[in-house]
Design a protein around this ligand. Structure first.
Ligand code: FUB
Ligand code: ZN
Length: 662
């Protein structure tokens, strides 16, 4: 039997070839966000906030407060200056162009959900300026175009490729949302320019910050031009050969920083910069899906386990160390010093989605959900116009949300994720539907000629009931796969880095039209394979008890500490709810928890309350008073929306762990 193991030849444009083992492609495809109408009481207000407030903040910062748009205008004015004549100077940082593109990408998604003529006009205005800044040979990049053109493409760490990748993502998104081709044409011209310089038989190039790989796959998706897919595959193959050159940028001295020590297909461990890693593996998964390159799958499974089993915070955040904005040693997950960049959590969402599509396994969505509802959502304030760059799990009150950053990658990144949230809810193949996230929404899927409207109703993450109604005109057979979260089956996180101390063992239930459903479990999904008729309703009920999480003892900072989780949400204690203190309590074993929905608190949250001894040190610094108080815990993502405050996620069980100096 040859089956899926046969070898095929991948012929690159130049004739250089790569041998790849063909594997089955994706198990299913995501239902595109543009086909999913979000009605959810949790996410819809956030999406509205992004459309009305976050994008305005990005526009204001990009255009008025910082020189990002001005740089494009300058290039347009200066690009035809006679040789030797000094022109205007670039302002800002060499990767600032990427923030313009990322904001445009977020606008593109948002326009689909929230048509807004003024916003579209602004985007068109920016696109005109971008197009005017493209050089005749397709090069685009304001840093080098303003006075340094002879140095372009000499230093792989200088983000020309990263900026270009974000250009392509924006171009594809804007074309998909509006049908307008101008930015797409700029992107194609840039990709062709890159392709003319780099590739088999041409110059080597190791992307200094991975991003172009995944973006080229998207460009291939709209253009169907195989060159872009091949170029992406080639870029992945460039890593691990010590081809990288240039780096004037000092922090890239260590090749592990950019995952460039071994070839991607040989990688087993997570190293280096977290966002670079996430974008790399997202791109590798996309290429694997289209080329069947099993080497990438094998590598990514090993690396994923290294991330999730040894290097992921309980919030789904990654990249604990600020010095490299990334990973350090296994099990080194400090809480107060946690870097946990918002972009890294956004990247976790991207990568885990791709892994789920490739394998059909729900554990990837368990991690995606963890990062989305906690590590990533935390990056955006409830007001929509303040941001966290780092997302620590404890604060003595000094950490605060900001309007913008010198390096401003995070704001538009969280904006584009939220605006495209619909991408992560459903998957579909010709045989089945996958329900990955419990987000109130409607969509329409097709099985053969039958159109099946789907409605998902829920008050998740506050309540555990999820109702799915199908409305086909006539009976249609398909397999409905409903993700049963790991946390609802006794698993705090895949791989056992975190476990539940008090698993209630309340089972989930599944019913169809009010009667217990007949289902099988497959890869973490409850599968109901049957003929569905108009009005059939499947109801999933998830246990929403408060779970106490403990970490493996290797996580030194969490020893004798407990974190609280309810549904997908990790909780924290914040000073604002507890007389300004969050570090003075001890969480007793078996403390009973009371939960209630507080509609006027933090735009509506379920709080967890419990009785706990708190310790006060007298003015003499010696006498200690213990008082039992009612402590209120709130969802982690909602902290620091009431000014600067102490906060902690991991609550001490013992007096020796108390920090009472807040
Ligand atoms: O280098 C571009 C972006 O800036 C990275 O993704 C972030 O981590 C920040 O360093
Ligand atoms: Zn960032």
């Amino acid at each position: 039997m040859i089956a899926k193991k046969f070898i095929y030849l991948m012929v690159f444009q130049s004739g250089v070839s790569l041998l790849c083992a063909q594997a089955p492609a994706r198990k299913f495809e995501p239902v595109n966000f543009s086909q999913v109408t979000i009605t959810d009481s949790f996410w819809k207000p956030t999406m509205d906030k992004v459309a009305t407030t976050t994008l305005q903040a990005c526009i204001y910062q990009t255009e008025v407060k910082t020189p990002r748009i001005r740089n494009f205008e300058k290039v347009a004015r200066n690009k035809n200056l006679p040789a030797g004549q000094a022109g205007e100077k670039h302002e800002g940082i060499f990767y600032d162009d990427s923030d313009v593109y990322k904001a445009l990408e977020a606008i593109a998604y948002s326009l689909k959900n929230h048509p807004d003529a003024a916003l579209e006009k602004k985007a068109d205005e920016w696109i005109d300026k971008i197009a005017a800044a493209q050089l005749p040979d397709g090069y685009i990049g304001t840093y080098y175009s303003l006075g340094r053109l002879q140095e372009r493409w000499t230093d792989m760490s200088m983000h020309e490729d990263y900026n270009g990748g974000h250009l392509l993502e924006a171009a594809v998104a804007y074309y998909n949302s509006t049908g307008k081709r101008k930015l797409l044409e700029v992107g194609v011209k840039f990709a062709d320019h890159f392709d003319s310089l780099f590739g088999p038989g041409k110059r080597h190039w190791v992307t200094g910050h991975q991003e172009l790989e995944l973006a080229l796959v998207k460009l291939y998706g709209v253009t169907k031009d195989k060159r872009y897919l091949n170029l992406s595959h080639w870029l992945l193959e460039e890593r691990g050969h010590k081809y990288a050159k240039g780096y004037t940028w000092t922090d890239w001295k260590d090749t592990a920083y950019a995952q460039d020590v071994v070839q991607v297909r040989e990688q087993k461990e997570i190293t280096g910069h977290a966002v670079r890693a996430m974008y790399l593996y997202t791109g590798a998964a996309d290429v694997a899906a289209l080329t069947g390159d099993e080497g990438y799958m094998k590598a990514m499974n090993a690396v994923w386990e290294d991330v999730v089993y040894r290097n992921m915070y309980v919030t789904g955040g990654i990249g604990s160390s600020g010095s490299n904005e990334g990973f350090s040693n296994d099990y080194d997950l400090p809480n107060e010093q946690a870097y946990c960049e918002t972009c890294a959590s956004v990247g976790m969402v991207f990568w885990n989605q791709r892994m789920n599509l490739l394998t059909g396994e729900s554990k990837f969505i368990d991690v995606l959900e963890k990062s989305l509802y906690n590590g990533a959502r935390d990056g955006l304030s409830l007001s929509g116009d303040l941001f966290f760059y780092g997302n620590p799990l404890a604060s003595n009150g000094k950490h605060f949300r900001k309007e913008w950053f010198g390096t401003a990658c995070c704001p538009a990144n969280i904006a584009r994720l939220v605006a495209s949230l619909g991408d992560y809810v459903y998957g579909v193949s010709d045989k089945g539907l996958w329900v990955n996230l419990f987000v109130g929404s409607t969509t329409l899927v097709k099985f053969g000629k039958s159109e099946v409207p789907i409605k998902l109703e829920t008050n998740y993450p506050w309540e555990g009931s999820v109702k799915l109604t199908v409305e086909p005109k006539s009976k249609v057979k398909f397999a409905m796969h409903v993700r049963i979260p790991g946390w609802a089956q006794g698993e705090a996180a895949p791989g056992g880095l975190y476990t539940f101390e008090n698993d209630s063992k309340i089972p989930f239930t599944l019913s169809i039209n009010g009667k217990p459903a007949v289902y099988t479990m497959n890869k973490g999904y409850a599968v109901v394979d049957r003929e569905w008729k108009k009005g059939d309703q499947l109801e999933l009920t998830l246990p929403m008890d408060v779970k106490r999480i403990v970490a493996r003892t290797e996580l030194k900072q969490d020893v004798d500490r407990v974190a609280l989780q309810r549904g997908p949400l990790v909780y924290c204690v914040e000073g604002a709810d507890n007389n300004g203190k969050a570090w003075d309590l001890i969480l007793p074993d078996n403390a009973p928890f009371k939960t209630s929905f507080q509609k006027d608190l933090l735009e509506g949250v379920v709080t967890i309350q419990f009785q706990a001894p708190t310790i006060q040190v007298g003015k003499d610094g010696l006498s200690v008073n213990t008082e039992v108080k009612t402590i209120t815990a709130i969802p982690y993502y909602a902290w620091c929306n009431r000014g600067q405050n102490p906060m902690q996620v991991w609550l001490p069980k013992k007096i020796k762990d108390l920090k009472i100096n807040d």
